[in-house]
Every structure is written in C-alpha cells, then in structure tokens.
Design a binder for this molecule. Structure first.
Ligand code: HEC
Ligand code: HEC
Ligand code: HEC
Ligand code: HEC
Length: 222
C-alpha cells in the first residue's frame, strides 16, 4: 500500500518540473548553480518557513530583506509610475540584487549565513560569467550597483487605464491566467515562476515560452 502511494506521488511529480533539479534547488546535491549546500536537504527553507515567518511579506517568507535602494527604469515614453520594487519583486531581489547570502534565512536555520551571495559568484571575470542572475549588479567595484534601469520595469499598476494611455498594450483583464498580476501590479513573478512548475523547458523559469517573442507580444501589441 505504502509502495503504491509513493509510486503515485513519483508519477505525479514527473508531470511537472518543480523546484527539485531547477536553478532554485539549493539543497544538498542541488542544482542551483554553485550553491548546493551539504547543510540541509530541505528545498523550501531558502524562501519559506511554516513558523516564525518574516512579518513584512507573505507568503510565509523566510529571508532577510535586502536593504538596497534601487535606481528604477524610466523613459520618455513610459506611462506607468515605477517606484521602488515591492511585492514579490522585492522577495526575488532579496537574492537577485546580489547582496544577500542565499542562505540568509531567518527561521529554523543557521543564524549566521555561510553560503555566498549571487554577487560573490556572478561578477566580471568569474567562472560563472558576468551578470546573469546578478540583476542588481552587486559586486565589488561596480559603479552602477543596484541599477534596475536596464531591466524590464516591475512593481507598477497595470490596469486598463495604463493600457489606454499607452495605446499598444493589451488590456490586463484579458491576459491569460498564467501571466498573473499581483494586486494589480506587474512583478518579476508575472513573467517568471520561482517554483519551476509552469516553466517551459529550455527557458529561464519563464511562465510561457518566449519563442518568437510570444511572451512580449502577449502584452505588447507591436
Ligand atoms: C533564495 C535566493 C533566491 C530567491 C529568493 C530567488 N532566486 Fe532566482 N536564483 C537564485 C540563484 C542563486 C540563481 C542562480 C542559480 C545558478 O547559478 O544556476 C537563480 C536563478 C534564477 C533564474 C535563472 C534560471 C536559470 O534557469 O538559469 C531566474 C529566471 C530567477 N532566478 C528568477 C527569480 C525570480 C523571478 C524570483 C522571485 C519570484 C527569484 N528568482 C527568487 C536565487 C534566488
Ligand atoms: C527561491 C525561492 C523560493 C523557493 C525555494 C520556494 N518558493 Fe514558494 N514562493 C516564492 C516566491 C517569490 C513566491 C511569491 C511569488 C509567487 O506567488 O509566485 C512564492 C509563493 C509561494 C506560495 C503562494 C503562492 C502559490 O503559488 O500558491 C506557496 C504556497 C509556496 N510558494 C510554496 C512553496 C513550497 C511548498 C516550496 C518548496 C517545495 C517553495 N514554495 C519554494 C519563492 C520560493
Ligand atoms: C516582462 C517579463 C519579465 C519580467 C517582469 C522579469 N523578467 Fe527576468 N527574464 C525575462 C526573460 C524573457 C528572460 C530571458 C529568458 C530566457 O533566456 O529563457 C529573463 C531572464 C532572467 C534571468 C536570467 C538571466 C541570466 O542571464 O541568467 C533572471 C535571473 C531573471 N530574469 C530575474 C528576474 C527578476 C529578479 C525580475 C524582477 C526584478 C525579473 N526577472 C523580471 C522576462 C522578465
Ligand atoms: C505581463 C505583460 C508584459 C509582458 C509579458 C512584457 N511586458 Fe513590457 N511592459 C509591460 C507594461 C505594462 C509596460 C509599461 C508600459 C508603459 O508604461 O508605457 C512595459 C514596458 C516595457 C518597455 C518600456 C516601454 C517604454 O515606453 O519605455 C519595453 C521596451 C518593454 N516593456 C518590452 C518588453 C519585452 C521585450 C518583453 C518580452 C521579453 C516584454 N516587454 C514583456 C507589460 C509587459
């Protein structure tokens, strides 16, 4: 009976990719780049905890916040008001700004993180390459650190008014359900799935394929 159940679970697991063996698997033997730690075989702990979660953010968030202040995207043709990253974009940036150790989790883990931050690994001349996941560009000697001006804007309200003002945007109410807004805002997790469940193979945790720029064309009527 037990065997039958675990067989069913394994079969269900094979139906979607999930975090295990994705770029976000930081557990022992994990595939999250150079991070796989011998310290824990838990995979959720790097981001969530069932208890003693950070009061600042749902969902049961387990990470030290970033203290960075970011330069945000702007342009003469931008209609949206883009402020400091909030919502889940800020959660992503608690690793992806490059400044906070990947195991800087708060509850149920080591009080003193000893894994590297993204900025300690992805910097010019590093064996892991320049930039990459280091969206905030935190590495020693970088003059334009915490610079999101060269990244797609996030953490702004995307409503029908914005679509009308822009003229070339699809009304957000007609977006497919797998491109979610969060409290009406476009965030990192609108385009990406941190859990690699919806992810399309061969992409960087994207929720839908961007072959032929389909992802972009879903929102931009160009
Ligand atoms: C606990 C730290 C952490 C958090 C939180 C986190 N990431 Fe990551 N992410 C990483 C690391 C480290 C890598 C690089 C792994 C590697 O070197 O292959 C990565 C890789 C990625 C990649 C590249 C995937 C690939 O296949 O190369 C994407 C895209 C990404 N993250 C998006 C996000 C988004 C979006 C969020 C928030 C919704 C997020 N991440 C939250 C640590 C994190
Ligand atoms: C690398 C960081 C990261 C890891 C690891 C991670 N999550 Fe998340 N999780 C997030 C972020 C960021 C959000 C908020 C954005 C979103 O909803 O996609 C989230 C949202 C959620 C939510 C609420 C929204 C939803 O999708 O239902 C649940 C439940 C959840 N995670 C469960 C888990 C579980 C269970 C694990 C371990 C198997 C896990 N997560 C591992 C980053 C992570
Ligand atoms: C409008 C859609 C969109 C938004 C919003 C977005 N991304 Fe991406 N991101 C992409 C696409 C498209 C790629 C390239 C995917 C590929 O090559 O498969 C990408 C690539 C990445 C990569 C991999 C970079 C590399 O070279 O390894 C990371 C890490 C990443 N995004 C993190 C983030 C984070 C963190 C945020 C929020 C601050 C964010 N993204 C917001 C669409 C988006
Ligand atoms: C979920 C919807 C969505 C997706 C997917 C998306 N965008 Fe956007 N993008 C927007 C919105 C909304 C804005 C804000 C437009 C404005 O305020 O003028 C924006 C802004 C931009 C801007 C800045 C416009 C300006 O006037 O400065 C560019 C360029 C852009 N996106 C390109 C892309 C590309 C390329 C992709 C695919 C990799 C992409 N977008 C994917 C919704 C999306």
């Amino acid at each position: 009976m037990l065997l039958a159940i675990s067989g069913a679970v394994a079969a269900a697991g094979a139906a979607f990719a999930g975090i295990v063996n994705s770029a976000h698997d930081f557990s022992s033997g994990g595939t999250g780049g150079p991070w796989g730690t011998p310290d824990t075989d838990r995979i959720c702990v790097f981001c969530h905890t069932p208890h003693q979660a950070q009061p600042v953010q749902a969902p049961l968030w387990n990470r030290q916040d970033t203290t960075s202040t970011f330069k945000t995207y702007g342009s003469p043709t931008l209609d949206a008001s883009v402020g400091q990253p909030t919502g889940n974009s800020r959660l992503c940036l608690s690793c992806h700004d490059g400044s906070v150790a990947v195991d800087a989790y708060v509850a149920g883990g080591p009080a003193i993180p000893h894994m590297m931050a993204i900025g300690d690994v992805y910097y010019p001349g590093s064996p892991y390459g320049e930039g990459g996941p280091n969206i905030g560009g935190n590495y020693s000697g970088n003059a334009s650190v915490n610079d999101l001006r060269n990244d797609h804007p996030v953490s702004f309200i995307y409503d029908d008014g914005l679509a009308a003002a822009d003229g070339d945007l699809r009304a957000p109410s007609s977006l497919p359900p797998n491109l979610p807004l969060f409290q009406g805002r476009l965030e990192c997790a609108t385009c990406h799935d941190a859990h690699n469940v919806e992810t399309v193979g061969g992409t960087r945790l994207l929720r839908i394929s961007n072959q032929g720029s389909v992802l972009c064309l879903t929102c931009h009527l160009k």
